[in-house]
Structure formats: C-alpha cells, structure tokens
Design a protein around this ligand. Structure first.
Ligand code: AMP
Length: 426
C-alpha cells in the first residue's frame, strides 16, 4: 500500500481528470460506492473459487457480527447499487463509471499492490455488440488521451449457458489427459474451475492450454454472431485487436465477450495487463436483481501511472510567478503577501516565501520553484507603483504597474511558451 505525496500525485490527477472528461463525453456518470460490502456479494458474483475471493480478500467481522470485506473490485458493488436503487425501473440503459481504491492481499511485485486504484465503467441494459464496442472505444480513447499508444487489445468470447457446457466438458477431458503436466495449483483448478487453467502464468500450463480445445469453435450461433458483429464494429471504429482464444479473465461472472488491454513495456514485468473486462449478462439476476445485461471493464491506475512515468513527462505544476519581498520591513512583506493573494484570486499560481530572508536567498528559491517569472517588490517599487517581471528562463525584464500584474501575466500566457501550471511538459 503506497503513500502518494505532492510531486507524485500530479500524474495521478492527470489520469483521473482525463478519465472524468473522457468518460463524461461518452455519457458515463460517476458512481461512488462504499469501500466495504457484505462478503457474500463478492462470493456470489466474483466467485468463491477465484483467487480474488478465495485468497485475496480483506475480510473481517464488524461489531454486529456481519462478515464484511474491503472491496477487491468495483463491478459487484456497482451492480449491488444498481439493484438496490432500482435503476432499471427508471431508465432502460445506464452508463456508469467509478474510480477509487480496491484491496487484494496480493504477493508483492512491481505493478501489484494490496491497495491499488481502478477506473472502471459499466453499461447496463444493452445486450448488443455495439455496446461492447463502444466500451472498448472508451478505453482506446482514454489511452490515446493519456498518450499511451503501445497497448494491444485482446478479445475473446466465452460463449453462454447454451454453448459453454460442451466446451467445458471438452476442456476438462483434455486437461485431465494432461494432468501430470500441470502445476499443482492448476491440478486443483481442474477440479474446481478448469477455465482458470487457461489463465495460469506457468509456462508448462500455458503450453498445455495453448494446444487445448479452442472455445471459439464451440460457440453457438447467437454467440458466434455476437462475436463477429463485435469484430465488424471494432473495424468500423478503426480499433485494432487480436483474437486470443485463451483469454478467460480471472473472474467468474463473464459471458460472451471478454477483453484485455496489454501493454508491452518492460517496466510492468509480468503485470502487463493494464485493464480488462467483459460482458456479464447473468450477474444482475444472479444477485437477485432484474434480468439486465451488462458489460464493463476496469483499468489499473497504478500501472497506467507507471507507464506514464516511464514516458518521461513531468506533471508537477510550476508557479506562474514568484514574488520576492526585497526588504525585510513589515510594509514590504505585507505588500508582497497581499499582491500574492490578489493574483491567486485572479487565477494565477503564485508563490511567496512566507519566511522572508535575504534577497539572494529568495531569488534562489524563485529559481528552484520553477516559476516562469519573478517579481522583486521593495521600497522603490512600493513608492513608484512600478515593478519588473523577470522571465526566469532569461530574456528582457518586463516593466509592469503593480496594479496590472495580472493583465501582463495573462498576456504572457497567450505567448507560445505559456505559464505551465495547467499543462504537462515533455
Ligand atoms: P481485474 O479486476 O483483476 O480484472 O483487474 C483489472 C486491472 O486492475 C488489471 O488489469 C490491473 O491493471 C489492475 N490491478 C488488478 N490487481 C492489481 C493489483 N494488485 N495492483 C495493481 N493493479 C492491479
């Protein structure tokens, strides 16, 4: 679990702001659900046999003797809220997004934390492949807006209740025949949840799974049509993808479409999946809610942040102006403080060292702050009402009346190298 301090938080804020803007543009409204839910919610939706529920949940009993869990993911809590507020009675299609911390007792590795952040979106009420495609488009545009281009979309279909049993039976038969080649975990998975063997990172298991039955060959007609339509729509959107018949994802609730976005950057090591999702048409009903189809995804913010940091951009805001109080007398200090306050009210990011000190030391701090301009305020400036803006990157001093510093800064903002406080820099 990590602390995020100023200096590091800015890249997170950039990701979050980009997400809010972009998801809003697609008509997704933000939902915030509690950090804790009844443990039973995750057992019934994510599935008891999954690693998440079986091994990784932070589960505790509250003072009322109820079993609660810190949420390990966001889809089940959102579905619970959707059911609890009878949203399907109010609107036929709902589009929601969420972002916030999730908790899983994971083994510590790069890109794998016990408290991590996810951004996710869910679309309820549309069973059509166009909805799957739209959702993938959200992710594609989100990654584009972040400037992350080296990410591959993998898609697959897991079929539905009509066709999956035949595939399941064939898979079990095949895996049983190769039982000895599987890792100990997979031998157990084979008993409880054979699909999960396809997820195993062990090379031997991957080799066995790769040569096994192909789920796509078992799809019934409606599932096959759904999958072909989806691919046509992705084509229409100009979204590149790879069909990966071994993609199953680690949760139990998916039907038909599943997808993952995989980054190829070495910084992520084995944690190369930046996000994924799929269709879960049966989950609402399974949780005692209405029979409403749904499709959703979740992306890991921590991994997106790792990738952005590797990209070498800086996200920290830099002051537009650093005001230096030239004299230690009270009048000058007060005037500098008041001017700083006034300019902040005007919308500028202005710094002023509340400790005062010598002109030289304050100039040093101005330099270090990364401010675009500094302005020295002393007795002369106060008497004449005139001061000079000093571009910190070099260049001529700009004379300015103390009453119109804001105006001059605003003019400077329209120049090509504008104040950087709201921008990212290469
Ligand atoms: P999942 O809910 O397991 O499908 O995960 C969706 C995304 O959340 C993954 O692709 C990761 O980017 C991220 N994620 C999942 N677990 C962790 C973790 N323990 N630490 C950091 N990111 C995670």
């Amino acid at each position: 679990m990590n602390d995020l301090l100023p200096g590091e938080i800015e890249v997170w804020q950039f990701v979050e702001t980009t997400a809010r803007t972009l998801f809003g543009r697609f008509g997704y409204g933000e939902v915030r659900t509690p950090m804790v839910e009844d443990t039973a919610l995750f057992v019934r939706s994510v599935g008891e046999e999954t690693d998440i529920v079986g091994k990784e949940m932070y589960t505790f009993e509250d003072k009322g003797g109820r079993s609660l869990s810190l949420r390990p993911e966001g889809t089940a809590p959102a579905a619970r809220a959707y059911i609890e507020h009878s949203v399907s009675n109010v609107e036929p299609v709902s589009r929601w997004f969420y972002m916030g911390p999730m908790f899983r007792y994971e083994r510590m590795k790069t890109g794998r934390y016990r408290q991590f952040s996810q951004i996710g979106a869910e679309a309820y009420g549309a069973k059509e492949p166009a909805q799957d495609a739209e959702l993938m488009d959200v992710v594609v545009q989100f990654l584009e807006a972040l400037g992350l281009t080296d990410v591959t979309l993998n898609i697959n279909s897991l079929g539905d209740d009509a066709c999956r049993p035949a595939y399941h039976a064939k898979l079990v038969e095949y895996l049983n025949a190769h039982r000895e080649e599987l890792c100990a975990d997979c031998q157990q998975r084979l008993e409880r949840n054979p699909l999960r063997v396809l997820d195993c990172k062990n090379e031997k298991c991957q080799a066995v799974a790769g040569a096994g039955p192909n789920v796509l060959e078992f799809l019934c007609e409606p599932c096959r049509t759904h999958f072909t339509d989806l691919q046509r729509k992705l084509g229409a959107l100009g979204i590149r993808y790879v069909v990966n018949h071994r993609l199953v994802r680690g949760l139990d609730y998916y039907t038909r479409t599943v997808f993952e976005f995989i980054a190829s950057h070495p910084a992520l090591g084995t944690a190369s999946t930046v996000g994924g999702g799929g269709r879960y048409d049966k989950m609402m009903k399974g949780l005692g809610g209405p029979d409403v189809p749904a499709v959703g995804f979740a992306m890991g913010l921590d991994r997106l942040v790792l990738l952005l940091k590797e990209g070498g951009k800086t996200f920290t805001a830099q002051p537009d102006l650093f005001i230096v109080a030239a004299d230690v007398d009270a009048a000058c200090q007060d005037a500098a403080l008041a001017l700083t306050s006034r300019l902040r009210r005007e919308g500028f990011y202005v710094e002023f060292d509340t400790r005062g000190g010598s002109l030289k030391s304050q100039m040093k701090r101005a330099d270090k702050s990364g401010a675009r301009f500094s302005l020295v305020l002393g007795g002369d400036e106060l008497r004449s009402g005139q001061a000079k803006l000093k571009p910190m990157a070099g260049g001529d001093l700009i004379p300015v009346a103390l009453g119109s510093v804001a105006q001059t800064l605003r003019q400077a903002a329209t120049q090509p190298s504008s104040p950087s406080s709201l921008k990212t820099q290469e």
